[in-house]
Design a binder for this molecule. Structure first.
Ligand code: IMP
Ligand code: MG
Length: 180
């Protein structure tokens, strides 16, 4: 499946991911009980997270997708973000919860939050599976965090290394010899 030499260590095994995601789902249920809710997933990294998270949320909700890309190389965020795919619907007056795979420098979400706020949602919050606090360059207000992780390049469970290995059911640290 994956050349074992790519993996330095398994950081978060599948059972820990699933258990934490269901805790997040319960928190979302508690906070949005009886309210309208739109889960806005950021492609492509958050698709596995979204699909497991939504199964742990009992509050009726809808889902939609946006795709962003940042200029720069594959492993560094440049701070310049482009929208590759926009939402299919208006978010005016809605409770929007952004579902993201990982917050690194914060540039992607900083940009996304600014453009989405301008569309007049009733509320706008962020739920990220992974957070790398040591790498933050711009502050991002995050309501739900699955795991704080160290400053290492991770792959699996939706996250890619040069577009591959998103299918791994766990989060692994890339071996340092493959860092660019
Ligand atoms: P930010 O704009 O620097 O916060 O970066 C956000 C995006 O960079 C994420 O949505 C990922 O697509 C990508 N990214 C950041 N760190 C990693 C990592 O460790 N592994 C895989 N992708 C990452
Ligand atoms: Mg992403």
């Amino acid at each position: 499946m994956i050349d074992p030499s790519y993996i330095a260590e398994i950081l978060i095994p599948s059972d820990k991911l699933q258990a934490r995601i269901c805790e997040l789902g319960a928190e979302v249920d508690r906070d949005y009980a009886g309210q309208d809710l739109l889960l806005l997933a950021v492609l492509k990294g958050s698709v596995l997270f979204l699909s497991d998270l939504m199964r742990c949320i009992t509050t009726p909700h809808s889902i939609d997708f946006m795709a962003t890309s940042s200029y720069g190389n594959a492993m560094e965020s440049s701070g310049v973000v482009r929208i590759m795919k926009d939402l299919d619907q208006s978010i005016e007056g809605r409770n929007v919860l952004i579902v993201e795979d990982i917050i690194d420098t914060g540039h992607t979400l900083d940009y996304l939050v600014r453009i989405l706020k301008a569309r007049g949602p009733k509320s706008l919050e962020i739920c990220t599976l992974l957070n790398k606090p040591a790498r933050r360059e711009v502050p991002v207000p995050v309501k739900y965090i699955g795991f704080d992780i160290p400053d290492k390049f991770v792959l699996g469970y939706g996250l890619d290394f040069v577009e591959k290995y998103r299918n791994l059911p766990y989060i692994a640290v890339l071996s340092p010899e493959y860092y660019t």
